[in-house]
Each structure stands twice: as structure tokens, then as C-alpha cells.
Design a protein around this ligand. Structure first.
Ligand SMILES: *[C@@H]1O[C@H](CO)[C@@H](O)[C@H](O)[C@H]1NC(C)=O
Ligand SMILES: *[C@@H]1O[C@H](CO)[C@@H](O)[C@H](O)[C@H]1NC(C)=O
Ligand SMILES: *[C@@H]1O[C@H](CO)[C@@H](O)[C@H](O)[C@H]1NC(C)=O
Ligand SMILES: *[C@@H]1O[C@H](CO)[C@@H](O)[C@H](O)[C@H]1NC(C)=O
Ligand SMILES: *[C@@H]1O[C@H](CO)[C@@H](O)[C@H](O)[C@H]1NC(C)=O
Ligand SMILES: *[C@@H]1O[C@H](CO)[C@@H](O)[C@H](O)[C@H]1NC(C)=O
Length: 484
């Protein structure tokens, strides 16, 4: 290859030399010029032979044109598109150059760059894969959202469900307006209903579904559906939107899961949805809990500001207060309205009537009294100790936080307790947020006796006490004041 190329260049030089000779002879110029031209061609050849990798494209542009560094790095972080943009700016006109520089001072861009700096996070691709996980087959990233994110750009709401809960997805999205990662339990014939539900949501409801939601599907190895299309063959036909939604008024009796008396493996779903989230910050939640609007932007602004308790060396999570509202009420849009509803009794702290101790939050009385302010801040730093030793908070956290124990089921209860213990032993700070909160789908839950579930809960407690807790003590250690 190399010698061929050299011969080719030599030939070129000779041809050029001959052409020059003719040219000069015909134009009568002097011979020293001819010699200089020949020498120059020789130097060009030598340079080609010793050719090194050219300097970085952008750097060389920068050197030539003396462009401020921020412009080159900010808009697209060295992506191909970034190069093109810089190139276009440089080769066209200065009006564009000025507008590009001021775009880099766009406060949103400044916030995001600061978040990237503070979190030092790594981007993650969104790739479909099939994998076994314990006793389950999991179709990760089975139906993907259209929007992709870099790790610092937003927060992912991660959740789990079966298809009968999917009526919550649109109201949730209308408030969240950001990425959602959802794992759906779909054993046996529930699989087909689940696919229909996804198709219906994408084709017949809000465009936010296609834009933001990535669906994962999983089922037990003992309850594999009859047919499982590959991820690139699924949802090829548009859903007939004049049919009623596949999750409308589903009775549990008609579900495969109920007929086969299967438990709901809540923590498999939670972990699948969490692990696949593309962003550094995640909000692992239950699909019936709707977030107050504008959390994402305000939270990232708070992270970018990076002051006060955010500077602590301890690992941190950011719990949200939880509420429920009467069935005939709208979910409040902000803390001001929520406060009015708490006063007139149309809103209550979550599960106040079901399990008053479970969701006690440190300084909750003060929180309820405090007026809404602008932006988002840390209201109080709590620990999962003392009165709050059994606290099951829902919080914005990161991938570094302990996952959930997949041996626990929803029916058996206490499904988040083992994570809580780990957070306590690892000395997590619970940075409770001031103006953000979650509200359960309207309807206040009251206690209903369920002897089957009570029996299962008792068994689960034994499993935790005899098997899981001793393991946790070995793995995470012990700490005075921490309990499962
Ligand atoms: C220069 O930029 C302005 C503003 O973006 C644009 O209207 C104009 O067409 C550009 N001129 C050239 C030659 O690209
Ligand atoms: C769509 O569903 C409606 C109601 O079930 C039905 O009348 C109609 O024929 C269907 N359309 C197509 C194209 O299948
Ligand atoms: C929902 O299902 C129940 C029982 O299956 C039925 O009695 C009720 O009428 C249904 N509601 C609607 C709105 O279709
Ligand atoms: C809170 O929400 C209500 C109802 O949506 C609205 O009228 C009010 O302006 C909002 N208040 C603030 C401070 O945003
Ligand atoms: C309670 O307050 C909310 C918010 O201000 C209001 O929408 C609702 O109508 C009130 N309900 C009652 C029963 O006063
Ligand atoms: C909170 O807001 C209410 C109504 O706007 C006002 O009357 C009250 O004084 C405020 N409380 C504090 C502590 O600022």
C-alpha cells in the first residue's frame, strides 16, 4: 500500500514538473524559479510521507479563528453535531457566532453543565436486551421512548405495574413531563393484554407516552406467554382507537395472575425499571403517585446551586411528602392549593387511615405549616432513626442507592424495609424537599381486612427476621438505632 502510494506521488511530482517546465519555457521565465517550484513539490511529498494524525478538528478551527473555548464545548459536548455547528458558525457569519455564544449563557444550559460537573455522571445507552433475572425472564427496553437523555439532563421516574394500573400513566406524565421507565409484570395471557395496553397508550392517548415512556416487560419462567415478538417486531400495527382501552375497568378476577394465584413480584419490577434509567437522578415511585409539576427543573437548579446540606459528605436521598385526596377532588398543582385542601379536609397525609406510622416524615407538622416559596430547597435533614425507624420514604436518589430485595412481594408487605435498613446503616442523609410532593390518584384508602394478605405478611416478617435481616447485617453491617 505504502510504496504504491509513494510511487503515485512521485509520478504526480514528475508530471507537475514537466507541466511547469513547459509552462516556463513558453512564458520565458528564469530557471531559478523552476528549481524552487520543484523543491517545493519535493517538500510537499516528504510532508505527505511523514504525515501524522491531524490535530483535533475543533482545536484546529479554534486555533485558526480564535473562538472562545466555551462555544466549542458547550452546545453539544463534542458530538458530531457540535462540530458541524461550530463549522457552520465559523464559515458563515458573525451574527450567528454572537447568538451561539449567548446560547451558551442560557441559564438552563448553565444549570445542566453545573449538574454534570457536580454529579460526574456517565451516560447510558437505551438498548433492548433479553435476560433472565432469578426466576424471571425480562425484556429490557422492550418498547422505547423516542427521547434520549444524557445522564445529567433530567430525572427519570421509575416504576412498576401490571396492565390494570396503566390508566395512571397519562395523568402522571402530564405532571412529570420527563422520562418514565416502567416495568410491567405480564405472565401468561396477561402478556397480550399488556402489549395491547402499550399500543393503546402510544397510539390513542397523549403524545407524551411515545416521547417519554420506556416499557420493560417481565414474567416468571413458569408462566411464559405463548408468543413473544422480538423488540423490533412488536407494535407493528396501529391500534384501533375506536375500541375501548384494554385496561378500562379490568377486574382482577379476569387476570391470568389472579387465576394462577401468582404473587406480584414488586421488587423485580422496581429494580428493572431503576437499573435501565438513563439519568443520574431517579425517582423510584409507585405509578399511582403523581408528582407536583416542575419538580425536574427546580430540582436540577437546586443541585447546580450545590449549597448547604448538599455539601455534606454523607450519601443523600431527597424524600417527597406523600398525600391522598378525596375521590371527587383534583390533584393539587402546588403547595398553596394542597395546604388549603389539608385545612378543609379534602387532602390527608398518605395512608393516614391505613397505617398512620408508616409514612411519618420528620418535621411534617412544620412542613404543612410552611408557605410555598419559589424554587426547591431542602426543608429538613432527617435520619431513618428514632420515631422514623420504620419510615418507608419515596425519594429522588441515584443508581448508587441500595436496590430492593427481590424475594419480597407486594402482597407480603414490608417490601421496602430492607432497603430502608441499608440506608440507615450506610448513614444516608434524608434531605426532605420543601415545595415538592406526591399525591395518590384521587380516592382515600381505608383499612379493609384481608386475612389472606395478613397471613402472607406474617410469613414475610418471618422471612425478613430469620433470613434476610441476618444477611443484611453481614453485608451492610450494624449500627445503633437502625432497624428493618
Ligand atoms: C447570517 O446570519 C443571519 C442570522 O442568523 C442570517 O439571517 C443570514 O442569512 C446569515 N447569512 C449567511 C450568509 O449565512
Ligand atoms: C375499529 O373498531 C371499531 C369498534 O370495535 C369497529 O367498528 C371498526 O370496524 C374497527 N376498525 C378497523 C379498521 O378494524
Ligand atoms: C366495571 O366493571 C364492573 C364489574 O365488572 C361493572 O359492574 C361496572 O358496570 C363496570 N363499569 C363500567 C363503567 O363499565
Ligand atoms: C397554584 O395553583 C393554582 C391552581 O392551579 C393557581 O391558581 C395558582 O396561581 C398557583 N399558585 C402558585 C403560587 O403557583
Ligand atoms: C377545599 O379546598 C380546595 C382548594 O382550595 C377546594 O378546591 C375545595 O373545593 C375545598 N373543598 C371544600 C369541601 O371546602
Ligand atoms: C402564609 O400565607 C398566608 C396566606 O397567604 C399568610 O396569611 C400567612 O401570614 C403566611 N405565613 C407566613 C408564616 O408567612
Amino acid at each position: 500500500m505504502f510504496t504504491n502510494r509513494r510511487i503515485f506521488y512521485l509520478k504526480c511530482v514528475i508530471v507537475i514538473a514537466i507541466l511547469y517546465l513547459f509552462a516556463y519555457i513558453f512564458t520565458n521565465s528564469n530557471t531559478s524559479d523552476i528549481i524552487r517550484e520543484l523543491q517545493q513539490s519535493g517538500r510537499n511529498l516528504a510532508a505527505l510521507e511523514h504525515q501524522q494524525t491531524p490535530p483535533d478538528h475543533v482545536d484546529s478551527i479554534r486555533n485558526l479563528q480564535n473562538v472562545p473555548e466555551t462555544l466549542v464545548l458547550l452546545p453539544e459536548e463534542k458530538s458530531e453535531k457540535g462540530y458541524e455547528e461550530v463549522n457552520n458558525i465559523l464559515t458563515t457569519n458573525s451574527t450567528k457566532l454572537v447568538s451561539a455564544v449567548s446560547a451558551s449563557e442560557d441559564p438552563r444550559v448553565v444549570v445542566l453543565n453545573k449538574v454534570r460537573e457536580v454529579t460526574k455522571c456517565l451516560d447510558k445507552p437505551l438498548i433492548p436486551k433479553i435476560q433472565q433475572r432469578g426466576d424471571y425472564w425480562v425484556l429490557y427496553n422492550y418498547v422505547r421512548a423516542e427521547k434520549r437523555y444524557k445522564c445529567h439532563e433530567t430525572i427519570t421516574y421509575t416504576t412498576h405495574a401490571d396492565y390494570s394500573f396503566l390508566d395512571n400513566l397519562v395523568p402522571l406524565l402530564e405532571r412529570w413531563k420527563g422520562p418514565v421507565s416502567i416495568a410491567l409484570h405480564a405472565p401468561g395471557t396477561d402478556f397480550a393484554s399488556t402489549l395491547d395496553s402499550i399500543a393503546y397508550l402510544r397510539d390513542c392517548t397523549s403524545p407524551l407516552v411515545k416521547e417519554f415512556v420506556t416499557f420493560h416487560v417481565y414474567f416468571s419462567t413458569k408462566h411464559v406467554p405463548k408468543q413473544v415478538p422480538r423488540h423490533d417486531k412488536v407494535l407493528q400495527e396501529a391500534f384501533n382507537c375506536s375500541q375501548i382501552s384494554p385496561f378500562f375497568n379490568v377486574s382482577t378476577e379476569q387476570m391470568y395472575k389472579t387465576q394462577k394465584k401468582l404473587l406480584y413480584p414488586v421488587n423485580v419490577g422496581r429494580n428493572v425499571a431503576r437499573e435501565t434509567a438513563q439519568t443520574h437522578y431517579i425517582l423510584p415511585s409507585d405509578i399511582e403517585l403523581y408528582p407536583s409539576p416542575t419538580i425536574i427543573q427546580q430540582f436540577l437548579e437546586m443541585i447546580a446551586e450545590n449549597v448547604g446540606p448538599l455539601l455534606s459528605k454523607n450519601p443523600k436521598v431527597f424524600p417527597l411528602h406523600l398525600f391522598e385526596v378525596s375521590g371527587n377532588q383534583q390533584v393539587p398543582d402546588n403547595k398553596t392549593v394542597l395546604k388549603e385542601m389539608l385545612v378543609n379536609g379534602t387532602a390527608l397525609p398518605f395512608h393516614k387511615k391505613l397505617c398512620p406510622g408508616c409514612h411519618n416524615v420528620p418535621k411534617s407538622k412544620e412542613w404543612k405549616e410552611a408557605n410555598e416559596t419559589k424554587g426547591l430547597h431542602v426543608f429538613h435533614v432527617g435520619k431513618r432513626m428514632g420515631n422514623f425507624v420504620h419510615w418507608e420514604p419515596i425519594f429522588i436518589g441515584t443508581h448508587a442507592d441500595p436496590l430492593y430485595d427481590e424475594r419480597l412481594s407486594w402482597e407480603g408487605k414490608s417490601d421496602k424495609m430492607t432497603q430502608g435498613y441499608a440506608l440507615c446503616v450506610l448513614d444516608y442523609d434524608f434531605l426532605i424537599l420543601d415545595n415538592a410532593f406526591l399525591v395518590h390518584k384521587p380516592g382515600i384508602k381505608v383499612y379493609k381486612k384481608d386475612s389472606k394478605r395478613a397471613l402472607l405478611a406474617a410469613k414475610t416478617n418471618q422471612l425478613i427476621k430469620k433470613i434476610i435481616f441476618p444477611e443484611l447485617k453481614v453485608i451492610y453491617g450494624v449500627k445503633k438505632g437502625c432497624a428493618v
